[in-house]
Write a protein of this length. Structure first.
Length: 259
């Protein structure tokens, strides 16, 4: 059976590029874990901190096995790609690419802001998209940061919309390659993927036979350094990396929904 490995990066884009967890929440949760592990000086202190987040994890043995598999994939495949990308491209270039792809995700933020009844925020997303697209050379420069009312508009995604509608997480899941999720967030990620214009060409043309895979793959590659940094932060100084990453994931999603 012939395997087209070009499909791997577009598939990974679902989690790695469409992940909408905020870095601030991730860093804060990780710092809490690190403090518990070092200041108290005992494993029990760290695990007590994890217990503050109540989760449903009936598939823990399978999730742990997938977690270990993913860690190997990240180290063997994604880290070399991320290192190569950051080595050969200057930071201003990477920032411009990030800005452009984030600007293209406007439909994800606009639709979900509207579905949550946050119409003022949806209106600001329209303004941001217009300013960054027309005054920022297609989104390469984030001109909206120069406007105080548009500088810090919280991002909305499909998982947050489902949470706003009262839908619970369901069981915790560790998806192969994609990483930590839950039943609700997995559905949300699929929704975000469908709303992201970067993926439309790949879907409409039906695969990766020619060049349709390039935008999705590029979106994944450009997001790898930041996503791996978040992953490493959630594991830092942890007694049990699996429990730490799971805890940070739930704290992160709770913080994002509350914004």
């Amino acid at each position: 059976m012939k395997i087209n490995f070009r499909l791997l990066l577009p598939a990974a884009a679902v989690f790695l590029a469409d992940c909408t967890s905020t870095k601030t929440a991730t860093t804060t949760a990780s710092a809490t874990t690190a403090t518990a592990a070092t200041a108290g000086g005992t494993a029990t202190d760290a695990l007590d901190d994890y217990d503050a987040v109540q989760v449903s994890d009936p598939l823990e043995p399978l999730n742990r096995a997938t977690f270990t598999l993913n860690h190997g994939i990240y180290n063997a495949l994604f880290r070399p790609i991320a290192k190569g990308y950051t080595t050969v491209t200057p930071k201003p270039f990477r920032q411009g690419v990030d800005n452009a792809f984030e600007n293209a995700k406007f439909p994800v933020r606009f639709v979900n802001s509207s579905l949550q009844g946050k119409f003022d925020r949806a209106g600001k997303e329209v303004q941001k998209f217009g300013v960054n697209t027309f005054a920022g050379f297609g989104g390469l420069i984030k001109q909206s940061d120069r406007i105080s009312s548009l500088a810090d508009v919280p991002s909305e995604d499909s998982g947050q919309t489902l949470a706003t509608w009262g839908i619970g997480h369901g069981p915790f899941l560790v998806l192969p390659v994609f990483g930590p999720s839950s039943a609700r967030e997995a559905v949300g990620l699929a929704g975000d993927y469908a709303l992201n214009p970067v993926n439309w060409l790949f879907k409409l043309r039906g695969g990766a036979e020619k060049t349709e895979w390039i935008p999705s793959a590029a979106n994944t590659v450009r997001s790898l350094p930041d996503q791996l940094e978040k992953y490493d932060s959630s594991r830092a100084n942890s007694v049990d990396p699996y429990v730490s990453v799971r805890s940070v994931f739930y704290q992160n999603r709770k913080a994002a929904t509350a914004q």
